[in-house]
Design a protein. Structure first.
Ligand code: SF4
Ligand code: SF4
Length: 333
């Protein structure tokens, strides 16, 4: 098992899922956020925890949701505090507030003075049912005039081309634009046609993910950037809380690093620096979990016919209580 020995995990970034309340109710939302949800962290909670970041060597964090701009005054207070500690802050938003250039400018100018460095926006056919692309345009223009970096994520299946025309609007800006296929989690599970997804990996190639250098998803660096949900649990990645099974089976769940109702963030991160599961995911990706399972059971792993992303494989193993117990018994988790 020596091939799985890796250096300790260096947690470098933290995301706060500030709320699952959202003005929108996008049909692809993997966290199933919407106006009917009302779980939320508080500014006091963030401020208390941000103050531990310098001691933990964490210099960057993101506030996302749901829609954090529904709580703008709280966000300003949090960012100002983070700024006083020299932390780099990111915020994710659907941009509903960008009703005009001057409104966007005024909102962003205050956040910029409070230390906002990077704004993460989304626009695509799912978001546009609730937020027009014109609002995103106002926001990008204002952000770039002020000096805030912008990244726009466009969710689209490989079979949709209408979004490509849509983003021509942003050709004259410096903002980064990335295209992503929706993940089949949360509401997307019901509403996105999986036959439209083109990032399909046949099961017979899945076993080679760990040796295919071109496949950047083969190893998982996401685990260095844990996520805190409104119930104050710390997760190893943001995709997983989307899955109702994981969310409700806390005690079975190796993807939860700890519960901040019971322990401090510092204690949870410290305890997980040498978490073997995280080390395996960082060094080998989900296929590393397969290899361990095969070693401890002596049986060949039965891959699916196809995978839509590497996380499918991770979820299949870590969401299977029998597999987790088999690996745990051998002292791996
Ligand atoms: S995808 Fe974003 S904007 Fe849409 S419902 Fe979910 S959190 Fe809200
Ligand atoms: S599901 Fe597994 S592979 Fe995917 S981001 Fe989370 S930890 Fe990484």
């Amino acid at each position: 098992m020596n091939d799985f020995i890796q250096p300790d995990v260096n947690f470098s970034f933290l995301t706060f899922l500030y709320t699952n309340t959202c003005n929108a109710q996008c049909s692809h939302c993997c966290l199933s956020c919407g106006p009917d949800k009302n779980d939320k962290l508080s500014p006091e909670f963030l401020i208390e925890n941000l103050s531990s970041f310098p001691g933990l060597n964490i210099g960057e964090f993101c506030i996302t949701g749901g829609e954090p701009f529904l709580f703008l005054e709280e966000i300003e207070e949090i960012l100002s505090f983070a700024n006083s500690l020299g932390l780099k802050s990111y915020i994710g938003t659907n941009g509903f507030w960008g009703v005009s250039y001057s409104k966007a400018y005024n909102v962003l100018r205050k956040l910029y003075l409070s230390g906002l460095k990077v704004l993460l926006l989304s626009t695509d056919k799912y978001h546009q049912e609730f937020v027009s692309v014109d609002k995103i345009y106002n926001i990008v223009r204002a952000a770039e005039d002020i000096g805030i970096a912008v990244k726009i994520t466009v969710n689209m299946t490989g079979k949709e081309t209408e979004n490509l025309l849509l983003i021509e609007k942003f050709n004259d800006f410096k903002c980064l634009i990335s295209f992503k296929e929706p993940k089949l989690m949360g509401r997307a599970r019901k509403n996105v046609n999986k036959e439209d997804l083109i990032t399909v990996i046949p099961g017979d190639r899945a076993s080679y993910w760990d040796i295919n250098e071109k496949n950047i998803h083969a190893v998982c660096n996401q685990v260095k950037a844990p996520l805190i949900t409104p119930d104050k649990r710390v997760w190893i990645c943001c995709g997983i809380p989307a899955n109702k099974y994981y969310y409700t089976n806390f005690n079975l769940n190796p993807l939860v690093l700890g519960n901040m109702n019971e322990k401090s963030l510092a204690a949870i991160l410290k305890e997980n620096e040498d978490n073997p599961m995280l080390k395996i995911l960082i060094s080998k990706g989900p296929v590393g979990l397969v290899r361990i399972l095969e070693k401890v059971t002596g049986e060949k792993y039965n891959f699916r016919d196809k995978y839509y992303w590497a996380c499918d494989l991770c979820c299949d193993i870590l969401g299977n209580n029998r597999h987790v117990k088999q690996i745990e018994l051998k002292g791996f988790f």
